[in-house]
Design a binder for this molecule. Structure first.
Ligand SMILES: [Zn+2]
Ligand SMILES: [Zn+2]
Length: 201
């Protein structure tokens, strides 16, 4: 595999880590299984990533976002909130999907790497030499796929768009900042953004 993609994913993610490397491998495997390319638009692929909130290894999702092109900004990725390192990639056009999950076949090696031991002793990641971070990421990157990933079979997946993309931005009549039209709230005679309106959503 071309290591350039891993380097670029780490640049996007902000640091070198095993979980984002696992996300890169999982995302690449999903693209390969569906025989599709990384997407640059919001109407081709959709991803459900199974991470939750405030847990270690959420970094997985950044590797997935980088390689699949399913990103928060395009709105074609969502979290299931299950606290798991897995994803389902859906090809909306042909209505097929595949689920890939992280398999802990090398997890003991990761836990025993000098990077993780230092982290366990409370050393901040920025004070650990990058070579040691790479050594940990390489455990995931260089492993045979069958040791680090469970690759599901491609399944039929009915795709129904809830609503199309809503275009158009309007200034909030209170703060003047632009807001997508559907997110305007009516306050008396005025149309305001959610924070100005006092509504919760
Ligand atoms: Zn990370
Ligand atoms: Zn406002």
């Amino acid at each position: 595999m071309d290591k350039e993609v891993l380097k670029k994913a780490f640049e996007f993610h902000g640091h070198i880590c095993w979980a984002s490397a696992a996300g890169v491998r999982a995302g690449l495997a999903a693209l390969r299984e569906l025989d599709v390319q990384r997407t640059g638009s919001s109407d081709e692929l959709h991803c459900k990533v199974e991470i939750g909130e405030n847990h270690g290894a959420q970094c997985f999702a950044d590797g997935v976002q980088y390689v699949t092109g399913c990103t928060l900004g395009k709105g074609n990725i969502e979290k299931t909130g299950w606290g798991k390192l897995a994803l389902t990639l859906i090809d909306k056009k042909i209505e097929k999907a595949v689920r890939i999950s992280y398999k802990p076949g090398r997890h003991k090696m990761i836990a025993e790497s000098s990077f993780m031991r230092k982290r366990g002793q409370g050393v901040p990641p920025t004070q650990i030499p990058p070579e040691e971070a790479w050594e940990m990421a390489d455990i995931v990157w260089e492993a045979p796929e069958s040791e680090v990933l469970t690759v599901g079979s491609v399944q039929e997946y009915r795709w129904e768009d809830d609503f199309g993309e809503i275009m158009g931005l309007t200034p909030c009549s209170h703060c003047g900042e632009l807001v997508s039209k559907v997110y305007l709230r009516v306050v008396g005679e005025k149309h305001m953004c959610i924070p100005c309106s006092g509504y919760e959503r």
